[in-house]
Design a protein around this ligand. Sequence first.
Ligand code: BGP
Length: 457
Amino acid sequence: MLKFPVNFLWGSAASAPQTEGHSLGNGKSATTWDKWFELNPEKFHANEGPENTSNVYEEYINDIKRMKEIGLNSYRTSISWARLLPDGKKINQEAVMFYRDYFQTMLDEGIHPIVNLFHFDMPWWLMEKGGWETRESVEAFHFYAKTAFELFGDLVSDWVTFNEPLVHIECGYLYGYHYPAIIDLKKAIQVGFHTLMAHVYAVQAFRDTQNDGRIGIILNVTPTYAKSDKRQDQEAKRKADLLIIKSFLDPCVLGTIPVELSELLLENDLTPDILSDDKKAISRNLVDFIGINYYQPMRVQAPREIRHPAIFPTDFYESYDWPDKRINPYRGWEIYPEAMYDVAIMMKDDYGNIPWYVSENGMGVADEERFMDESGMIIDNYRIEFMKEHLEYLHRGIEEGSNCFGYHTWTFVDCWSWLNGYKNRYGFYRVDLKNNYQRTVKKSGLWFKELSKNNGF
Ligand code: BGP
């Protein structure tokens, strides 16, 4: 039996925009997702927009009972910035009541809340001014963070500033999956820098307003593996690591932007606008913990063509199709649980063995109803195997001293996912869209209950 550390967090993660519903009511203002759906519904899988999602706004009390039923002892969700502060300044009291009761109910049921401030949901009023492209976003986020700490700090002790900041940078400014869906590497870097500063000043606000509790950031640390030992492939791996791992991990944990990254940006005319106090602020506002979302690794090789100055990340590194890879046939992503161990050791050796947890890991499955038995239960043995394999490698890293304090799956109840709508299902509970979002536990939920009860498997 693989046993995990005492008080290990067994839980799931989700976000406000993907679960709450009521996205244009109850005092909430629009986010980029609401607006984008209004403008271009055809971009969204099956024309499913963010307005309903799984209706947690009304269902949270029952959902928290369901969490308990399958052994979750912790849960991460986010606050919707546009719900709490619809115009960025005035507090929406209905939102305060909702979130206070949501977090209090979790505590009453023995479920430790981890609360995130930003999960890709930029308020529209701020996007109209340029969103993270403008420095104003840093101040606006500081005010939002401070307000949230003051309003909910008595209930929430573990806070997160951002979920996967690289995603809104890359998907919004390079790959077209998030609004404003433009391609502009220079803007992407500036957006990244403002996001980093928004994080840093939010940490400062936390230290100013709250004495106990912890604050962290959740990163999609995608481990990279080079195609070969050749100098060019290794160089590509180094650049990929700088841009997609160290760009946030180093400043957040070590307090510095890697010199090599600053040089790379300078050489390519990509240096962002930095204010004089920014570097000092970075060095002073370190996180207490890190969350790592891990789904699949990245296989990198040297770029086949290099433009200088670079105008796209493929000028630094390219991904390639690793011939030996195992694929999740229901979502297309590579399955490589070994990376869990590599991440655990990296956190131990390169980041001072800072406390960290797996903040998302999971297996997306399209058309999951094909695995339903006569009783209506989804028999998702593939998901149980997926979790077991990842936990085995995680356990090995913990045994070697990595300071990991929990494992959260994505996700608890099947949820809406950006342009993919409800296509890929990840939940421990199936959501029936045709039947008023009714929840039915899957086999993996029952397995997770045993896992959590035994603190291992
Ligand atoms: C992570 C995000 C989540 C969620 C998950 C699954 O990167 O933090 O918000 O969407 O990925 O991704 P998908 O739904 O695209 O399969």
